[in-house]
Design a protein around this ligand. Structure first.
Ligand code: ZN
Length: 243
């Protein structure tokens, strides 16, 4: 499996940045995990939008889903103009009515609503979702393929579910929204140190940090995490990581 980071900014993209989005390539398959604001422009450095066969959404905050809607506009326009656009598998938490209306028209997506513990197999991939602690329904995702395991935290505060789902994974992509630990009582996001401690306890192979609230200081997150877990890297947009 190969992961390309399309966006790693938390909340709002900085200049030329993008919010949470990751392209996972498994053989010829292209799986888009979260579709944060700014990410669809980055995606087109790698492939055409119609090449995506599956989209997974961890939760419904706009910095994780905003570009899902223009992504759909692009494909439904091309379909309307006569192009043969194949349906995309969309795994997403239960949505409010207005989102349901947006995503269900024009037969662009084949929608599966996820819940805690949901698991499925799709063409040699095993997907498992676990609810984590955030504002609203948010899911961490474990993806296994041919003996390799990739885990993505989604957005989460500290909770044992993260250690459980990340256990012994080869690569754990974890949010570390906060550079420092004194997070003014914020319990629905992690610091770099907390992400590193979870990686250590879960016995993961490599930790990738993402969802930075201070993207210009991405290297500082890595330095802080390294004090608690050695094999850690702050992600870089459009950089590829092998799993
Ligand atoms: Zn969130």
């Amino acid at each position: 499996m190969e992961l390309t980071v399309l966006g790693n900014n938390g909340t709002c993209p900085i200049k030329d940045g993008a919010c949470a989005s990751y392209l996972l390539e498994v053989g010829t398959r292209k799986i888009l995990i979260d579709v944060g604001n700014g990410s669809v422009a980055k995606l087109q450095h790698i492939c055409d939008l119609s090449e995506i066969d599956t989209i997974i959404v961890s939760h419904l905050h706009f910095d994780h889903i905003a570009d899902l809607f223009p992504f759909k506009y692009a494909l439904e326009t091309r379909k309307y103009l006569g192009e043969n656009i194949r349906k995309i598998n969309l795994y997403i938490p239960v949505v409010p009515d207005w989102i349901e209306k947006e995503i269900s028209t024009n037969d662009i997506f084949s929608i599966t609503y996820i819940n805690d513990g949901f698991t499925c197999s799709t063409e040699q991939l095993q997907l498992t979702f676990k609810r984590v602690v955030h504002m609203g329904d948010s899911f961490a995702i474990r993806i296994e393929n041919e003996g390799k395991t990739f885990v993505y935290s989604g957005d989460s505060g500290q909770c044992t579910q993260l250690q459980e789902i990340a256990k012994k994974s080869d690569v754990f992509l974890c949010e570390s929204t906060m550079l420092d630990d004194d997070a003014n009582g914020i319990s629905h996001h992690l610091s770099a140190k907390q992400a590193a401690q979870i990686a250590q306890e879960a016995g993961v192979g490599k930790l990738l940090l993402t969802h930075f609230s201070q993207p210009y200081d991405a290297q500082k997150y890595e330095q802080k995490a390294k004090l608690f877990f050695n094999n850690v890297e702050s992600t870089v947009i459009l950089k590829k990581y092998q799993i």
